[in-house]
Every structure is written in C-alpha cells, then in structure tokens.
Design a protein around this ligand. Structure first.
Ligand code: NAD
Length: 437
C-alpha cells in the first residue's frame, strides 16, 4: 500500500521504516530539514537499536523516501500523523499546535476514500475535533485513532510485532471501512497473532493515556514503598520480588529508583489531569497528582542522599553521574531524571561530570552548563562519588575492584538498584541504594 507518515521523530521515523519493512511504499514527511537529510541518507537522527540497519535495508528496496514537501503525500491511501504533543509551556495540558498544523497541511492532499490515522498521544476529544476538520475538507475520507505503545529502546520490534492494535473509528464498529484498510496495513503482525481492538475515537484516545497513567502509578507506588522501606530499614527490592510473584500484581515496572522521565509518561499524566479538569472529571485523576509528586520527590531524595554520601556537604565534591538518557538504549533526554539530578547537584556546589554511551550530544544541548565526558574511565577518574542514574549495561557490569582504583573515594549511589550491594561493599565501597538498607 502507499502510505505517508507525517512527523519523523522517535515515533514517526521508526513507524515509516517499519511500514516499508512490512512491504508498503512509504513517504515520511517532516518540517525538520536536518532530520529529513539524515533519514534520506539512511542515517538515524537519534539512537534507537536496529533503526539504522533497518533504514539501510528498506531504502535499498526503493520503498522508503523522506521529504520536507508535504505534497508528496498525495496518492497515499493511508496517512499516519506522528508529530509531537509536548506539554504546554507553563501549563499541564498538551500542546496540540503540531497536530493541528500537520492536519492543516495534510488535508488539501487527502483524496476521497483516504484514511488519516492519528498515532500521536492526544487528549480525549481531539480525534472528534480533527474528524470534523477532515470532513469539512474531504467528506469521504476517514479518521482513525490508532495509539502507539512502542517503548524507546525496543521501538523497531515493538512496531513490527506490537502486543496489540487499537483502532478508534467513528461509531466504533468493526464494519467501518477504515478497519479493513488498517487490517491490510498491519496484515503481517495481525496474521502472526497480534490482537486488535476496534472501538470509538474517545476510547482509543483514552486507552493510551490510561495505559501510561497505570505504568506511572506502578512506578510511583514502588517508589513510595521505597520511601517507607528507607524509614523502616526494609529492602524494597525484596518487597518487589515478593509482591511481584502474585500474578495479579506482576514484577514488571516495580523497580524502585530515581523515577520515571522521558518524552511520554510525565507529560501524558499531566495532560490527562488537565483534560479531566476540562471535562469536569478532575476528581477522578487527583491520584495522578500524587503519582507525579512521588516521582519528582525521588530527584530531591537522590540529591539529599548524595550529600549524605559525601559527608554532609556537596561543595566542591567531584561527582560523576553515570547515564544521562531517561532510560538505557536511548539517547532521549527529555525530562531525564538523571540530568535533572545532575543539574541540581551542580547548583548546590558539586563539580559534576556526566557520562553516557549515546546521549551526551542531546544532554549538552539541554544542560550546557554541565561537564560531559564520553569516556567512562576518564569520567570516573578522581571522583568523590559515583551516581548510577541510567542503567546502561556498561554501568551495571562495572567491576567494583577495578573502579575502586580509579576514583578518589569509593562511594556509590545506585539510583536504579541494579548493582549487587554485597559485591560492591566487599570491594570496599560505601554503597547506597534507594529503599535498601
Ligand atoms: P518527536 O519530537 O521525536 O517527533 C515529532 C516530529 O514531528 C519532529 O521530528 C517534528 O519536527 C515533527 N513535526 C512537527 N510538526 C510537524 C508538521 N507540521 N509536519 C511534519 N512534521 C512535524 O516526538 P515523538 O517522541 O516521536 O512523539 C510523537 C508522538 O508520539 C507524541 O504524541 C508522543 O506522545 C507519541 N508517542 C511517542 C512514543 C515514544 O516512545 N517516543 C511512544 C508512543 C507515543
């Protein structure tokens, strides 16, 4: 099928490449000329495992093109909207400027019978509004909301083989013509067993924000338990193992640490609260305020623990932060808790060096005042304390005996609870985890 993808960021670039991999003829459109130049040269504009290989692989087939010229979408039967929906500046709500602009530039090129598919995460009610815009311009085109659940770091596999598809169509009926078209787009994953749910527009929009709210709540729940474990001298990792054995609870997303960040969970729960307020249902989501507060408290807690670890004062202390990305296997630093902690430590007088295998360029753009060092060994040299804040395997696998010979002072704060405390202590380290005695 002929497919267009509007917005080629973390979501859209992967989606475009994967749709071409599934055999479709794809054109990716973005307003960012640098991104388009890189994608056209089969270079990934950000780090995502497997993406660059995939881009090279599919571009050789001639089935994948990128352009800044939106008129190139003409002739595609399906148009995916994958532009950003960041948090509004100074407000909790989502900024829909990009979605509206994408729709405005796209509609003149939409032909009768085309399907416009929203994948961006949007406040409930957006699809109905956009469907009206589309209908005014092209009455025989259809709007589907098809939220995306990919995880950065696993985006290629998650797109080629997702765990479910949700199609939100007008009226929510299986018989809607757009269902057949999308089934054709996703024929390969559907035929290998991916489930799909057909529903109406508002339910499809809510599925995504509800899923992210649940995940955020699970993380903040275990982090609240970590606070209690700290107060009571208990071990949150054992607590998580034990409660996680109950399959109604499950062990995933129960790792206490410095909390969640990135370009999705924080802004999505805030936008959800804002939208609930607009709908007069704000009470239903007041718990998310607490989820957010617990999450942000983790960052201050780590600063305080680091001060303790350094003997009561941060002034002049050389601190090395291992990890800048919001999660491993990504270079995404949007609302990264690691960087936010690094910046707070620096503000309080510490001399902070940040290292990361992939995210330093993005980190330096966001926090130019921090010092960055790409080489891990140079970064940890003469440090008074190490903070493991993003659990890249390089840092999980550090040898405590070797590292002890490089730092000035063998103190480590394990912000992700991924190191073996006994091993590090045996090598002479003062080890601090979060919610661990
Ligand atoms: P991003 O910032 O990486 O990418 C957005 C892209 O859209 C940018 O390249 C930008 O230049 C482009 N753009 C903006 N306006 C445009 C326009 N009018 N025409 C064409 N291109 C335009 O953001 P992202 O992380 O890819 O997220 C996109 C959406 O997907 C968001 O709503 C996000 O919440 C959702 N989402 C993201 C993920 C993820 O893991 N990143 C997962 C699921 C859902």
């Amino acid at each position: 099928m002929k497919i267009s993808v509007i917005g080629c960021g973390y979501l859209g670039a992967v989606h475009a490449a994967c749709m071409a991999k599934l055999g479709h003829d794809v054109v990716g459109v973005d307003v960012d000329e640098r991104k388009i130049a890189e994608l056209s040269a089969a270079k990934a504009p950000f780090y995502e495992p497997g993406l660059e290989e995939l881009l090279r692989d599919v571009q050789e087939t001639g089935r994948l093109k990128f352009t800044t010229d939106v008129s190139a979408v003409a002739g595609s039967a399906v148009h995916f909207i994958c532009v950003g929906t960041p948090q509004k500046i100074g407000e909790n709500g989502a900024d829909l400027t990009y979605v509206d602009a994408a729709m405005r530039t796209l509609t003149p090129h939409v032909l009768p019978g085309d399907i416009v598919v929203g994948k961006s995460t949007v406040p409930v009610g957006t699809a109905a509004r956009l469907a009206a815009v589309l209908e005014k311009n092209q009455p025989s085109a259809h709007l589907v909301w098809n939220p995306e659940f990919l995880r950065e770091g696993h985006a290629v596999a998650d797109t080629l083989q997702p765990d479910r598809f949700v199609y939100g169509v007008l009226g929510g009926s299986e018989d809607h013509i757009a269902v057949r078209v999308l089934d054709e787009v996703y024929e390969a994953p559907l035929s290998s067993g991916t489930s799909r749910i057909v529903t109406d527009h508002p339910t499809a929009e809510l599925v995504k924000t509800a899923a992210n709210s649940f995940l955020a709540t699970k993380i903040s729940f275990i982090n609240a338990m970590a606070e209690l474990c700290d107060a009571a001298g208990a071990d949150v990792t054992q607590l998580a193992d034990a409660i996680g054995m109950d399959d109604r609870i499950g062990r995933k997303f129960l790792n206490a640490g410095i909390g969640f960040g990135g370009g999705c969970l924080p802004k999505d729960i805030r936008a959800f609260m804002a939208r609930a307020g607009e709908l007069g249902a704000d009470q239903a989501l007041t718990f998310l305020r607490e989820v957010d507060a617990i999450n942000m408290r983790r960052r201050t807690r780590v600063v305080e623990l680091t001060r303790d670890l350094c003997g009561g004062s941060l002034l002049g202390k050389k601190i090395t932060v291992l990890g800048a990305a919001f999660k491993p296997e990504s270079d995404d630093v949007r609302d990264s808790p690691a960087l936010s902690i690094a910046a707070q430590l620096q503000l309080q007088g510490a001399v902070v060096t940040v290292t990361d295998p992939k995210a330093l360029t993005n980190a330096a753009r966001r926090f130019p005042e921090l010092h960055y060092e790409a080489d891990c060994n140079s970064a940890i040299k003469s440090a008074d304390a190490l903070l493991l804040l993003t659990e890249w395997h390089q840092y999980r696998d550090l040898d405590p005996y070797e590292v002890a010979g490089v730092v000035a002072s063998a103190r480590i704060l394990d912000g992700r609870n991924v190191l073996d405390p006994a091993k590090w202590r045996a090598a002479g380290w003062i080890y601090r985890g979060l919610g661990r005695p």
